[in-house]
Design a protein around this ligand. Structure first.
Ligand code: MTE
Ligand code: MO
Length: 393
């Protein structure tokens, strides 16, 4: 009996929280309601968005489950859970964001291809596991290696799930070897999420977590690690999750002209209000999340309650009792920041939020300017319309 297997249909899916908003049932893609998302710094796993490309794999026998490391290394190695658990354990608070977060809004200007997402294809969790750099030392690759003596420059992660896009093959992705072997990059092979054993939806028994990078590279249900010369040639690296200009359409696309997207750009969204909300005139609380990729902090979150004519600064917070300083030593560098402001609103208006990261990157104003055919990385200013009303409140 193998350790980890992949069903070919959806008859053995795990139970899920009833309040999740289901964007696609098979494969299961769902996000929490906005209001549930930004009320806690750590996203409970029940409410953490679920992004799948096939049926959820099943662990038949955890004792037999192993990860094989091979490719351009001197000796291949098979690691069982006990071999991974014996390595130093790290808890890294990191935000995962699907590159398709906020796709539905992008589709409103011009239709894009892909699962529709509101603003909640993002979550922040404490991931517990071994550092990939420690695991790679077991096959003789030292820390901070950019190329092995056999020419290995990338680390490929292969799962077991059966994905339509891979013609029934498994999900896979890769990251550069230099990132994989850098202890500061905090790339994990995680077996815990928020202090509990990883659940099936999020990659049980073992998943990769690549902090600061689009969720697509954090491969779940890990089966193989390959040290390879060129980046992974799989569908999700080569024919998806690439950023194209607005002029590229399905009849003139050349996938080979662009690199796979890695870091995610600065992003924020208002979660305390739906678009459109009815408010009682007076004090209104505006809150949500802001996050940037590559370990960059959030320097500022600007809010406008007059459609962008004037701006006020929201307060930012990660952990209660600790003042948040972008890139400060007490802040979680891979994690989102929650923002909040209470301000007077007396008439119907459009509320806008935009974030600025520690490299002074700002979100683009208009979704049209970053429109792309796959609808990824919609980081345009987040807008919600509010209607001032007096009745039925
Ligand atoms: N094996 C496997 N890993 C995967 C995926 C998948 O479909 N199969 N989806 C990826 C994508 S696109 C995202 S955004 C994240 C989502 O992780 P989550 O479901 O734990 O939120 O997992 C990534 N890893
Ligand atoms: Mo994703």
């Amino acid at each position: 009996m193998p350790g980890l297997t992949a069903p070919s249909d959806y008859s053995r899916e795990p139970p899920r929280h009833p309040s999740l908003k289901i964007n696609s049932k098979e494969p299961f893609n769902a996000e929490p309601p906005r209001s549930a998302l930004a009320c806690s710094y750590i996203t409970p796993s029940d409410f953490f968005y679920k992004r799948n490309h096939g049926p959820i794999p099943i662990v038949e026998d955890i004792e037999r489950y192993s990860v094989k490391i091979s490719g351009l290394v001197e000796n291949s190695k098979q690691l069982f859970m006990k071999d991974i658990r014996i390595l130093p354990k790290y808890n890294v608070t990191a935000t995962l964001q699907c590159a398709g977060n906020r796709r539905t809004a992008m589709s409103k200007t011009r239709t894009v291809k892909g699962v529709g997402w509101d603003v909640s294809a993002i979550g922040n969790a404490v991931w517990g596991g071994a550092k990939l750099c420690d695991v790679l030392e077991l096959v003789g690759i030292p820390k901070l290696t950019s190329s092995t003596q056999f020419g290995g420059k990338h680390v490929e992660f292969v799962s077991v799930d059966k994905c339509k896009e891979e013609k029934g093959g498994p999900y896979k992705a890769s990251i550069p070897l230099i990132q994989a072997t850098n202890p500061e990059a905090d790339v994990l092979l995680a077996y815990e999420m928020n202090g509990e054993t990883l659940n099936r939806d999020h990659g049980y028994p073992l998943r990769v977590v690549v902090p600061g990078v689009i969720g697509a590279r954090s491969v779940k249900w890990l089966e193989d690690i390959n040290i390879i010369e060129q980046e992974c040639q799989g569908f999700f690296m080569q024919k998806d999750y690439k950023m194209f200009p607005p002029s590229v359409d399905w009849d003139n696309i050349d996938w080979s002209t662009r690199r796979p997207q890695m870091d995610f750009p600065v992003q924020c969204a208002i979660c305390s209000l739906e678009d459109v909300s009815t408010i009682k005139p007076g004090k209104v609380k505006i809150s949500g999340y802001a996050a940037s990729g590559g370990g960059r902090g959030i320097e500022r979150v600007d809010i406008s309650v007059d459609g962008g004519k004037s701006w006020i600064e929201a307060s930012r917070c990660q952990k209660s009792g600790v003042q948040y300083i972008g890139d400060g030593s007490d802040s979680d560098k891979w994690a989102w920041v929650l923002f909040e402001i209470t301000t007077d609103i007396h008439q119907s208006t459009e509320i806008i939020a935009k974030a600025i990261d520690s490299a002074a990157n700002v979100q683009p104003e208009k979704v049209e300017d970053i429109w792309n055919l796959r609808g990824i990385l919609n980081t345009s200013w987040h807008r919600v319309k509010v209607q001032a009303g007096h009745s039925n409140l």
